[in-house]
Design a protein around this ligand. Sequence first.
Ligand SMILES: [Fe+2]
Length: 283
Amino acid sequence: MLIAQITDIHIGFDPGNPDEYNMQRLRVVLDRIAAGPNRPDLLLMTGDLTEFGDAQSYARLVEAVSVCPFPVLPMAGNHDAREALLAAFPQVSSHEGFVQYARDLGGLRLVVLDTLDPGRHGGGFCETRAAWLAAELAAHPDTPTVIALHHPPFESGLSWLDSGAQEPWIQRLEQAMAGHGQVRAIISGHLHRTIQTMWQGVPTMVCASTAPLVSLDLNPVDPERPDGREMISNELPAYALHRWDGERLVSHVENVGGHQILVRYDERMQDTVRLIVGERSGG
Ligand SMILES: [Fe+2]
């Protein structure tokens, strides 16, 4: 089972421009996912699909992902609007208006959460959503589960974007997950960089964006003193490829574009490959 993940696409950042920079970056990534060597079983888009939550931007996104010959699942981020998102992706179910749903992927359960709190940049996770998650996890205690949500529930050190560890929505998430040992991984977006940690004993990852990346500067930010630090750059767009082997989720990240292939597997590489593969029975 291969799950491709893209996140923070931000279509409509340049309103009215169907060939905007964020669309160009998205297309490069989609081409790689759809035509590259690793055909995923599905594509998960972990929020901030659009910049302003408008129907035209969702329509452009739907058209762009139509190159994918596999299912495409959307999620909500803080830049999204639920009604417009759900209208653009009618195949997605919702729970009391929230973009929350679960999919059985054949031995692996994917649980999609909605952490949108309209008007806030940071996350939200109300009692209604928390109760749904607790019930969902209680109903499938023996099925390995991946939770996907837009906002990562940990402090990354990217201080101008971080959520505080004590924010109520994080505590509700923590309580809803408590006692449910089937959660094998948490995957998220929002921070526009690839980041990994453990949270509540679960491997937790942020995938880098297709839109421009957030610069890596872990110094505390002072809202009263602009210090000229790097904030956004055109580092290459990226996607994650999560491989479920029946026991564990192994997550890869590929940056797309701007590189050359230096070595291919031809007869010159055959001895090296024979040697490496042949070693496996020993060691
Ligand atoms: Fe974003």
